[in-house]
Design a protein. Structure first.
Length: 163
């Protein structure tokens, strides 16, 4: 009979319990969303004005490329407005153009990046990297989420230094 008594390879998994289970936060501040709205609709209005007055290459490939860029701007803007970040006992999640997920058990490094005094405009972000080198950035605006990000970074650093 085969008995596998070999120890598990690699470091142990990191465990983190958020203060609030399933905590969710908007990824971007309201000021940033308003600014993005002004920029996107300003660019769209400029394109439409040029198209209607015949100054754009609306019937040629150039106009098609510009229209494609405006559509991409609108799609990105829509994702900025609805993007949320969630943290639970399994991992970090952010809805975006493509959804991001990072399992907590695989984390090797974390750093909270913020511009103090400008958090109303520039959302604090959590940069995380796994043991295999994969990385992701998660944005959040709620004070509760930012506090959990800070605690996660401290606990992760202590956990990895202990090993």
């Amino acid at each position: 009979m085969f008995n596998n008594t070999l120890p598990a390879m690699g470091p142990p998994p990191f465990k983190f319990i958020p203060k609030t289970a399933g905590l969710t936060s908007p990824a971007y501040s309201m000021t940033f969303k308003v600014l993005a709205t002004i920029i996107v609709f300003g660019c769209s209005a400029a394109f439409l004005q040029n198209w209607w007055t015949g100054r754009s290459a609306g019937g040629t490939a150039g106009g098609g490329w510009f229209l494609g860029a405006v559509l991409l701007l609108l799609y990105t803007w829509a994702n900025i407005l609805r993007s949320t970040t969630r943290i639970d006992d399994q991992g970090l999640h952010q809805s975006w153009v493509w959804n991001k997920h990072m399992p907590l058990r695989e984390l090797a490094y974390g750093k909270l990046i913020r511009v103090r005094g400008l958090e109303w405009l520039i959302a604090p972000r959590l940069y995380v990297r796994t043991l295999m080198g994969k990385f992701a950035v998660f944005y959040a605006t709620s004070p509760e989420m930012i506090a959990d990000f800070e605690r996660l970074v401290i606990e992760l650093k202590a956990f990895r230094e202990m090993r």
